[in-house]
Design a protein around this ligand. Structure first.
Ligand code: 6GU
Length: 227
């Protein structure tokens, strides 16, 4: 998968993809992320990328011409499956959306800043709009990092044990069961004996039960989704 990201604050996106699972994905050639500074397409000597909004009101808006030039320059190199704008008024990201997007080959992510981007970009280029939750961030960069992380780990071959994403929280609309490692007794805090039993069937039953219990208690809304 190839992901281009357009950002006015590219430095914010330097570190997130250079560690752990996403680093491994890049090293294995399964994922390539290129961050592009929008200012590269800025207008005039000052490389202007935003302006006051028509009709008045506080906050700057990113320029239609600048974003058009940026998008068209990148689109000339690559045919995008989706052009995604990160915005608090987009559809709220969930595991199902991440699963779906992880099947694409080429993505362009656009990070807004200030008040937002000229609506004509959304009308004429953007194919999908995504929010990461009902709260406001200063820009789309951290949301883009969240999206890339959640889809990058789903690419075939990225996780060591390919089955492990299947048992993540939210796959099957269920939270994950509790996990333990050695020692089995620490300060009299004991690991549930069934996990030490060696009986795979009982262990699986216990995990299913714990996952359901946890989901009922913490996120009953997830269980309604199945009906
Ligand atoms: Cl995608 N952008 C911004 N600015 N704020 C957000 C968001 C995105 N998702 C949740 N809050």
């Amino acid at each position: 998968m190839h992901i281009d990201i357009l950002s006015a604050v590219p430095d914010l996106l330097q570190s997130p993809f250079q560690h752990s699972i996403l680093q491994r994905a890049e090293q294995k050639g399964l994922l390539k992320v290129d961050v592009h500074d929008i200012r590269k397409w800025g207008i005039g000597k000052a490389r202007q990328i935003d302006d006051y909004q028509y009709g008045g009101g506080a906050g700057m808006v990113m320029l239609v011409e600048v974003l058009t030039n940026a998008i068209e320059a990148l689109a000339a190199e690559r045919k995008y499956d989706e052009i995604i704008f990160l915005t608090p008024d987009g559809e709220t990201l969930n595991q199902g959306i991440s699963n779906e997007i992880s099947l694409k080959n080429n993505l362009l992510l656009i990070c807004g800043h200030y008040k937002g981007i000229d609506e004509r970009i959304r009308e004429n280029f953007v194919t999908r709009e995504i929010s990461i939750g009902d709260y406001v961030l200063s820009g789309g960069e951290l949301a883009a990092a969240v999206l890339v992380d959640s889809i990058g780990r789903l690419l075939p071959g990225v996780l060591n044990d390919e089955t492990s994403a299947l048992f993540d929280s939210f796959q099957d609309n269920m939270l994950a069961p509790p996990v333990y490692t050695r020692p089995s007794n620490f300060r009299d805090w004991e690991v549930p004996p069934v996990l030490l039993s060696g009986n795979d069937r009982l262990i699986e039953e216990w995990r299913d039960e714990q996952a359901l219990d946890r989901t009922k208690k913490r996120r009953p809304d997830l269980l309604d989704l199945d009906e």
